[in-house]
Unconditional design. Structure first.
Length: 168
């Protein structure tokens, strides 16, 4: 029974994954370039129009497509593809840098906020007393039962059992 469930689950997972992979990835790619009326399907007339356009682009001297013309068109298509790919990469990199800059700004803001919380008298300097007071507050927040001991297992009555360094 378990084997059947695993088998069915595996087949469904692979089917969904295959369907997702086969889907068109957006405008300008795959069949969406042939879908000139934008209805989500490619009719025979749209396909024929694309083929005629491709023939006209390849046959540069209007006497039929020679191997040299075919090869030149293939090379031009590859160069155009590589250029689009480089543009997409540059866009992704620019977005990545923008997100990184935003992250850095947020981190700097949070750092300033943490410093301001430490600097109780707001004089721009954290004294040893202010720093110690912040540590005391932090310890008190972490010591949920006010016993003066930090132990993540104390709420379940498992102090010192299982998972300790001594293996008990």
């Amino acid at each position: 029974m378990k084997k059947s469930i695993y088998l069915i689950t595996g087949v469904l997972t692979l089917s969904v994954a295959g369907l997702a992979i086969s889907q068109d990835r957006g405008l300008g790619r795959g069949m969406s370039r042939m879908d000139t009326d934008g209805n989500g399907t490619v009719e025979k007339s749209e396909f024929t129009a694309m083929f005629e356009k491709r023939f006209a682009e390849t046959d540069t001297n209007n006497d039929g497509i020679t191997f040299e013309e075919y090869q030149a068109k293939a090379e031009a298509d590859r160069a155009a593809w590589q250029e689009r790919r480089a543009e997409r990469r540059a866009e992704r990199e620019a977005k990545k840098e923008e997100r990184s800059a935003e992250r850095e700004a947020k981190m700097a803001e949070r750092l300033q906020e943490r410093f301001n919380r430490l600097d109780e008298n707001e004089d721009g300097t954290v004294t040893a007393e202010e720093y110690a007071a912040a540590g005391d507050k932090m310890f008190d927040r972490m010591d949920r039962n006010d016993d003066g001991i930090l132990n993540d297992r104390r709420d379940r009555g498992e102090r010192g059992r299982r998972g300790g360094r001594d293996g008990r």
